[in-house]
Ligand binder design. Sequence first.
Ligand SMILES: NC(=O)c1ccc[n+]([C@@H]2O[C@H](COP(=O)([O-])OP(=O)(O)OC[C@H]3O[C@@H](n4cnc5c(N)ncnc54)[C@H](OP(=O)(O)O)[C@@H]3O)[C@@H](O)[C@H]2O)c1
Length: 238
Amino acid sequence: MSTRTLAITGASRGLGVAVAEVAAAEGFDVALGARDADAVERLAADLADEHGVGGLGMRCDVTDVASIASFRDAIIERFGRLDVVVANAGIGSFGPMVGFDSDAFDAMFAVNVRGVWATLSAVADDLEAAPTRGTAILVSSDVSDRVFPGGGPYVATKHAVRALARTFQQEHPQLRVCELRPGSTRSSFAGQDPTTPSGEGVLSSTDVARTLRVVLTAPDDVRIEELVVRSAGQAPDY
Ligand SMILES: NC(=O)c1ccc[n+]([C@@H]2O[C@H](COP(=O)([O-])OP(=O)(O)OC[C@H]3O[C@@H](n4cnc5c(N)ncnc54)[C@H](OP(=O)(O)O)[C@@H]3O)[C@@H](O)[C@H]2O)c1
């Protein structure tokens, strides 16, 4: 089979970088998008050197439909196909609902929900046309079917991502849609310091990405609809 192409948004740091590394190690040509163009260009070049795959890194702001369209066009121009998209870009702000900053609220919905919708919309036809069975991986969270105090607006965005994943699957039954639901993961997310050693109950981004390998390498006629990945030390809250 010729080389498959995987595109990922939010690939400048954190989980996006780890997924890009696993995909390149599995032999995918990788297309990496984020607002930090330098970071994704550098990573794409490094992965291409290390794994002998094609690497494309370019600016992609998922709140801007035109920016996503440019990213999509560059992928098709460079690789001629798109087999897997990972809608990973996401931001988080936390606090009680009453008094929550309305700009932070809007920003989360713009990136986490509208951005996922816009990404899928831009590449749906390419996934349909892919030589392998096209796959869309939507990064939500283990909170996409529960709630907790202080998580309201963020959790609402992830419930929405779950709804988008399932609707997209129903509207595109020939594709494979997987909702990736990581538990607490060490990264720069919500202002964390990614260099702080993982505490009990916290995953590394690499742990999550390595687990996602099962989706990236599943047989063409197998659909993994949901993958919940938690540290064995995290409380099993349902
Ligand atoms: N860390 C956790 O505990 C955890 C748990 C469950 C789920 N998640 C989800 O996992 C995903 C990745 O988060 P992470 O932990 O890797 O966080 P992170 O280290 O903060 O990375 C977030 C990524 O999203 C990108 N991004 C933010 N706004 C963007 C925009 N408008 N357009 C394009 N890219 C944008 C950032 O790149 P630029 O700033 O360069 O654009 C960055 O690459 C998110 O969807 C998050 O909700 C995280």
